[in-house]
Design a protein around this ligand. Structure first.
Ligand code: KG4
Ligand code: ZN
Length: 356
């Protein structure tokens, strides 16, 4: 019997089992993260080893450095996750790993680590889409949340409005026509001379600034639920460069606040439009946020205010589960395992893996 056949049999048996414990590993970008998750909802351990120090010097993630750092940290982080959970590898029902999207070398490190471990331990392996992981961070924070729900996914590479019709089933509703929200935050931060990663630093600085200091463009787009950040970014860069050329001191807090306002305004407006359309259609929509940018304070405030006004229930991941972690991968994996979806040893890294 091949490894995959054996895994499928085990997954079949696990379907009827009351509790499922999964050891998950995430290495798609610059965090080596492992977690032990029970039933897709409870965190038994969640270890995140951030590589920020290694990349800060270069102002962004250096893929080669990321892969090497993952290679050095994988074993240690996995051991620590098991130890913190007070469990052994033998006690795990399955293993899970992010297979994409992300940096190819970084993903490969994690995929190979978990393939080896799963084969040696004779455990099924579940391959998880990183973005589905971000959405699933909500299951860990809100045990009562179940599909269907609408979800705004805003990360370093994604800005999508989707409908989670069922576990692992997503329909695209709207998306960015150019840059992702996180990417735009990182670029704006760089222009203000803030260190990598820029999003959280802009967010922090913006708390003391005037959001109406700089008027940034509000794009008109064809897609009813689409967003665009490239025009906002260019206008921001031009304004900052202009000030620098005139020798003016940059009002950095006001600039950060204005940029954050422009991004959050667009995201909130399009999400509100979608919710209003659904309500007008006689539905009672529920909204979740996901991805690194969902940690943004202004976005959380604006969404809370807007959903409160519309009477829509809003779910947001706990702040530490918004950015990359292993727990969210374990949560997503649980629902795949329940459906019998397991990976074979031919599993590869899929850097451009799509979400919807
Ligand atoms: O979801 P994530 O951790 O990784 C990807 O899958 O891309 O998102 C990282 C992105 C970065 O662009 C980072 O600057 C941004 O999320 N981010 C934030 C905040 N925290 C993280 N952006 C704005 N405000 C924040 N508080
Ligand atoms: Zn991510």
């Amino acid at each position: 019997m091949t490894y995959l056949e054996a895994s499928r049999r085990q997954a079949e048996k696990l379907r009827g089992q009351e509790h499922l414990r999964i050891l998950a590993l995430e290495t798609s970008c610059d965090e080596t993260a492992a977690a032990v998750i029970e039933d897709g909802r409870r965190i038994l351990s969640n270890i995140v080893f951030s590589q920020i120090d290694l990349h800060e010097l270069y102002g962004g993630v250096v893929p080669e450095i990321a892969s090497r750092a993952h290679m050095e940290a994988c074993d240690r982080v996995v051991d620590e996750a098991l130890e913190k959970a007070g469990m052994t590898l033998a006690e795990m029902d399955a293993l899970a790993v992010t297979c994409g999207p992300g940096l190819v070398g970084a993903l490969l490190t994690g995929v190979n680590c978990m393939k080896g471990l799963a084969f040696a331990a004779g455990k099924p392996l579940v391959a998880v889409n990183h973005i589905e992981g971000h959405v699933s961070a909500n299951f860990l924070t809100h045990p009562e949340l179940e599909p269907p729900f609408l979800c705004l996914v805003v990360s370093g590479g994604h800005s999508h409005l989707v409908e989670a019709a069922d576990y692992g089933e997503y329909r695209l509703i709207g998306q960015t026509v150019d840059d992702a929200a996180g990417e735009a935050f990182d670029k704006a931060a760089r222009v203000l001379g803030l260190p990598y990663p820029g999003g959280p630093r802009i967010d922090q600085l913006a708390e003391e600034g005037n959001p109406h200091y700089l008027q940034l463009p509000h794009p008109k787009l064809e897609g009813r639920y689409d967003v665009s950040f490239s025009g906002v970014k260019t206008a921001f860069l031009n304004a900052v460069h202009g000030m620098e050329q005139r020798g003016e001191t940059l009002p950095r807090a006001d600039l950060a606040a204005s940029f954050r306002f422009a991004v959050c305004d667009q995201l909130t407006e399009k999400t509100e439009r979608l919710l209003r359309d659904r309500i007008a259609d006689g539905q009672r929509p529920v909204l979740a946020l996901a991805g690194g940018v969902s940690a943004n304070r202004e976005l959380r405030r604006r969404m809370t205010e807007m959903c409160g006004r519309l009477g829509v229930k809003l779910y947001m991941p706990r702040i530490d589960l918004c950015t990359d972690n292993g727990a969210m991968i374990g949560a997503a994996a649980c629902y795949q395992l329940r459906k019998g979806k397991v990976a074979g040893l031919e599993l590869n890294a899929l850097p451009a893996l799509r979400f919807v």
